[in-house]
Design a protein. Structure first.
Length: 122
């Protein structure tokens, strides 16, 4: 079931795509496909980065830098809050991830449909 946020963000995406398309130099199907690709690429890269963070890939790196910073600068930190700070995978916003993931699927699916139409007409 599509939530209101997902539908609203999809409408915003379509508005951005149409604005970029109409302010472009050409008004052809291929330029519309390119515009959808560029906007969709932003979502794909963002979702893949969030997937990497969610998996905990950067947790060791962040912990190591926090520890190095604490040791090298000899701060008088009696609570040792660098140990208690949440890691990136612990402070991950799953709702935002699901929202962007849905937008990514919709835009890539729409791009595939547009490419099928383009190659059938051509």
């Amino acid at each position: 079931m599509i939530e209101k946020r997902q539908a609203g963000l999809f409408l915003v995406n379509m508005a951005v795509i149409f604005v970029v398309f109409f302010f472009g130099s050409e008004h052809t199907l291929i330029s519309f496909i390119n515009t959808v690709f560029y906007i969709g690429l932003i979502y794909v890269v963002t979702v893949l980065f969030m997937f990497t963070v969610k998996g905990g890939f950067f947790d060791g790196l962040v912990f190591g830098f926090r520890r190095y910073n604490h040791i090298m600068f000899k701060r008088k930190d009696y609570l040792e809050e660098w140990k208690k700070k949440p890691l990136p995978s612990e402070s991950f916003n799953i709702r935002l991830y699901r929202l962007l993931q849905f937008q990514c699927y919709i835009l890539v699916g729409g791009l595939i449909v547009l490419l099928i139409i383009y190659y059938m007409v051509r």
